[in-house]
Write a protein of this length. Structure first.
Length: 963
């Protein structure tokens, strides 16, 4: 090339001929990443836009063209591609906007709740139906998590369905309960699909919630009605069949084959219906409605009895549902006056009458069995409280209309007192029955004689007064006010003391809303609007505060013996507190809030009322089992003394408790080394060995006298066991050592150290073998030598479990060994190291195992039995051939241990179980294993409920009870 003026010219004509424009175009074409596209575009006379570049192809072309000098055609092609890309993006944006408009229009039009949540479960969109259901605008919902509105009992199934959808790509679908703006739970069918990006990551979930509540209720009623109708038809058909079979002649035998076929068809249909009833019982139990679960299970069981040779699998299912409901039912009756929420409740001293105060101007008096005795009208507006006089002859009520009214026990009006200028919130009657105290939102407490003629006015509160109570001696009155104070008054209206709630709230002003005296008059208890309970001494000292409730504690009542405090809250629950001020149990009592609680005079029954418009009666002690409450944390171990008179339990609360077989607490032995993981009682019944979480081994008498304390292991001592003659104690620790000790605390020997923590130790009945199990899934067996010592190294190491082994036990004859594992199985081994059998049936970790000797009070045909306790909350009994004999479900949480005592002349065989629910349960096996006794107990339990609800019973009556 040469320069000629302002132009370049080719100097060599040969090069000009060879490297002409055509050659340049060919070379450029081979270099262009978009050569085919530009050629097609040019060939279409630049009309076919499909050849233009878009997306990543356009970005790649622009990157390639950077810093290059290209032809005009290239730049025109790239410019046209950019225009096409902009138009495409604009069209997509408009399409997206239109799609979103269409989506929102559609979402608002459908009856379902439509929602979108982020991967972390945060709600990012819901339609108006969702906002209305939640009672919040979308802007106030965006900080909600998906699980916030789901019923606690349904969260696990929702999460499982969610994870299944993530793993399989299948749509998420589950039926669950969600809480609306008023706090009610309703059934919904939730469906959702994950929206993923190009890499497959979930970026959103799109879902709908379809209201099934009415449908499920109607379906349940319809299904039960159909079941009952078909069973009745079956009974009629069965009677007819028997008559026909008894009278038919030999000439009709061939024709009767058709009848037999029809009978078989009807039998199969009836079996399916019984299965459906059992499934309904299971669903009711899972929803927390254990009373109706029991009624339904009894229906299934009585129907099953009418069948000849029912299938074993169905009988097992029905028996299980009946046992589970009968063992765990607490609610005994419920009734509804249909006059709005029940704001107040009172029980007469003799327990024969219950008064309920209703939102809609009405008071009802009920019999103890739930029969309506009297309806009392006179108040204008809400009736806020009721109280019986000590002799039960007079009922006093407090109304929104500012009046206090007196009624006879039969409901006749006796007197009306214009008590307050505004509504009366609370009334109480003095222990001597001579005075009435009333409290109102006019900030006053007033004292009235029973005839209403004499009155005194107490002023001092700055906010309206929610509750009032007399002291047990009748000489003082306590009032709880929205000014966040409780005031103690003498009967002349003089302030004895003002008690201020020291608990502030980050949610606004706090208030005191309930108050009660302990029966000994030494303690005043108050509940506030933020879920706290406060205990004061009578000198004004704040003794304790607790915050177990989530919102207002609106009712407090002590049992007559002062050992139990019941608290009712708007968080739907009732909680029971022992004398140590610890929660011993919680009842999910009234959806949307509990308003009032009241004990019967014997303390065995609690009556409650709530926002659900119901009065509920709770029997706190079940009929079939004894539930031992008193520990404040998980009960890890339980054992029974050799004479069978005492049950011993150890707990994470750092105590050992001794109980008699009736469930009465005999003694509490506190230790100072933290959680007590295990206990064992010596064969002579005189000493208890205890293993603590901080590595100490304790030996003490049954009276709590220390015999020795030794730092046995560097880490937690997790199990301890006496040898059969009681001369030695074996312990295992989480640092992996096995040690043997004399009764005086002297170390005898230390065996092989494991690299993993050890969980359990056992010695055979002949004292020749020692077995240890732990985290490494190895079962180690040592045998004593001629000198009576164990060799440092184990004689046998058994393998077979797939996960952590938690317990080990020798059979009574010393020939076999049972182990319990995290892998949900129990394994039976011979002492020569062979696996005899694997027991499968638990759905979670098997935490404990023990043998029940043959001929010890169980059916003789069962022989030796294995009992197991599992994290699936069940206790199971097994034959040695692997047959599951029975499942006992009574624990609310994981079952952690099990112990057995054989039958005696005076008592049947006893099983004791311990659980994460802080309780020990005593099972009288002769009762709980006999399904007829369980049925009889269940029928006795629901007797009053059937009287109050005759619609639940057949004309012949369930349980043969005539209504």
């Amino acid at each position: 090339m040469v320069r000629q003026g302002d132009r370049l010219a080719i100097k060599n004509p040969i090069y000009q001929e060879v490297f002409n424009q055509e050659w340049v175009n060919r070379q450029l074409s081979s270099l262009r990443p978009y050569a085919a596209a530009i050629d097609g575009w040019v060939a279409s006379q630049r009309q076919d836009a499909s050849y233009l570049l878009r997306g990543q192809s356009l970005l790649d072309a622009q990157q390639w063209a950077r810093d290059k000098s290209l032809s005009d055609l290239d730049y025109q092609f790239l410019a046209a591609s950019q225009d096409a890309e902009r138009q495409s993006i604009q069209q997509q944006l408009e399409a997206k906007q239109e799609s979103e408009r269409f989506f929102r229009q559609l979402a608002e039009a459908v009856p379902q709740i439509v929602w979108i949540v982020e991967p972390d479960g945060t709600l990012s969109y819901t339609n108006q139906q969702g906002s209305t259901f939640a009672g919040r605008s979308l802007s106030n919902l965006t900080d909600w998590k998906r699980l916030d509105v789901i019923h606690p009992d349904d969260r696990a199934s929702s999460l499982a369905a969610w994870e299944h959808s993530l793993e399989t790509g299948e749509p998420y679908e589950v039926q669950l309960r969600m809480q609306d703006a008023q706090g009610n739970y309703r059934w919904f069918l939730n469906r959702a699909i994950p929206i993923r990006d190009a890499s497959g990551q979930v970026i959103k979930w799109f879902g709908t919630s379809t209201d099934l509540d009415n449908l499920k209720r109607e379906e349940e009623i319809r299904r039960l009605q159909e079941v009952e109708k078909r069973l009745e038809q079956e009974q009629r058909a069965s009677r007819l069949q028997k008559w026909l079979l008894g009278t038919v002649s030999m000439a009709l035998i061939v024709a009767s084959g058709l009848g037999i076929y029809a009978f078989a068809q009807r039998r199969n249909a009836t079996l399916r219906e019984i299965e459906a009833i059992a499934n309904t019982s299971e669903a009711l139990f899972a929803s927390g409605n254990r009373l109706d679960a029991l009624v339904t299970a009894i229906k299934a069981q009585t129907s099953l009895y009418q069948m000849h040779q029912a299938p074993t699998e169905l009988a097992t299912q029905v028996n299980r549902e009946l046992r589970r409901a009968a063992f765990q039912v607490v609610e005994r009756n419920r009734f509804n006056g249909r006059k709005g929420r029940v704001l107040g409740i009172a029980v007469s001293y003799d327990g024969q009458r219950i008064a309920s105060a209703h939102q809609q101007s009405t008071i009802f008096i009920w019999g103890a069995d739930g029969r309506l005795l009297h309806t009392l009208k006179g108040h204008q507006g809400e009736v806020n409280d009721v109280a019986f006089s000590p002799d039960g002859q007079t009922l006093v009520s407090a109304g929104q209309d500012g009046t206090v009214r007196l009624w006879s026990k039969d409901g006749a009006p006796l007197r009306t007192i214009k008590a307050h200028g505004k509504r009366v919130m609370s009334v109480a009657i003095a222990p001597d029955g001579q005075w009435i105290a009333s409290a109102g939102d006019d900030r006053l407490v007033k004292l009235w004689s029973l005839d209403g003629r004499s009155s005194r006015t107490f002023s001092g509160h700055r906010g309206f007064i929610w509750d009032v109570a007399f002291s047990p001696d009748g000489k003082a009155i306590a009032s709880a006010s929205w000014d966040n104070t409780a005031i103690l008054w003498d009967l002349n209206g003089t302030k004895i003391r003002t008690l201020k709630n020291p608990i502030s709230s980050d949610k606004g002003e706090n208030r005191l809303v309930s108050v009660a005296f302990s029966p000994d008059g030494q303690t005043l208890v108050a509940g506030d609007g933020r879920g706290h309970i406060l205990w004061w001494g009578m000198d004004g000292t704040l003794l304790h505060t607790a915050s177990e409730h989530r919102i207002a504690v609106v009712s407090l009542v002590f049992s007559a013996d002062g050992q139990t405090l019941a608290s009712g809250s708007w968080d739907d629950t009732i909680k029971f507190w022992n004398s140590d001020r610890a929660v011993t149990r919680t009842l999910n009592a009234h959806p949307n809030g509990t308003w009032e609680v009241a004990f019967s005079s014997d303390g065995r029954t609690l009556v409650s009322s709530g926002e659900d418009k119901l009065v509920r009666i709770w029997q706190l002690d079940p009929d079939l089992v004894a539930v031992l409450r008193g520990h404040r944390a998980s009960v890890w171990d339980v054992t029974i003394t050799p004479d069978g008179q005492t049950v011993i339990s150890s707990s994470s609360d750092g105590t050992i408790k001794l109980w008699n077989q009736a469930g009465k607490l005999l003694q509490t032995l506190p230790l100072t080394q933290g959680e007590i993981w295990a206990v064992d009682v010596s064969p002579d019944g005189k000493a208890i060995a205890a293993a603590s979480a901080d590595g100490f081994l304790n030996l003490l008498t049954l009276n709590g006298k220390p015999l020795f304390t030794v730092k046995a292991h560097g880490n937690a001592v997790f199990d301890v066991a006496f040898n059969p003659n009681g001369s030695e104690i074996a312990s295992v620790g989480w640092e992996g050592t096995v040690k043997l000790w004399q009764r005086d605390g002297k170390l005898i020997q230390s065996l092989e150290k494991s690299d993993n923590r050890l969980n359990a130790v056992a010695l055979s009945q002949d004292d020749r073998w020692l077995a240890v199990v732990g985290r490494d899934t190895i079962i180690r067996l040592w045998r004593r030598n001629a000198m009576g010592h164990f060799t440092p190294q184990p004689q046998l190491k058994l393998l077979g479990h797939e996960d952590n082994i938690w317990d080990v036990a020798f059979s009574p004859d010393g020939q076999m060994l049972a182990t319990a594992s995290e892998d949900t199985t129990i394994k039976l081994w011979s002492l020569d190291g062979k696996l005899v059998r694997t027991f499968k049936g638990h759905s979670d970790r098997v935490n404990a195992v023990t043998f029940i000797p043959a001929n010890s009070g169980l059916p003789a045909a069962w022989g030796t039995v294995i009992a197991s306790a599992s994290w699936d909350k069940t206790i199971k009994l097994w034959k040695l051939d692997g047959t599951l004999l029975a499942t006992l479900e009574g624990h609310e949480e994981r079952a952690l241990d099990v112990a057995f005592y054989p039958a005696t002349q005076n008592r049947g065989a006893l099983l004791a179980s311990a659980g994460l629910d802080d309780v020990v349960i005593l099972w009288q096996l002769d009762r709980v294993l006999d399904i007829k006794q369980v049925l009889d107990s269940g029928c006795a339990w629901i007797r009053d409920y059937l009287h109050a609800h005759p619609e639940l019973s057949e004309p012949q009556s369930l349980c043969h009870l005539r209504i």
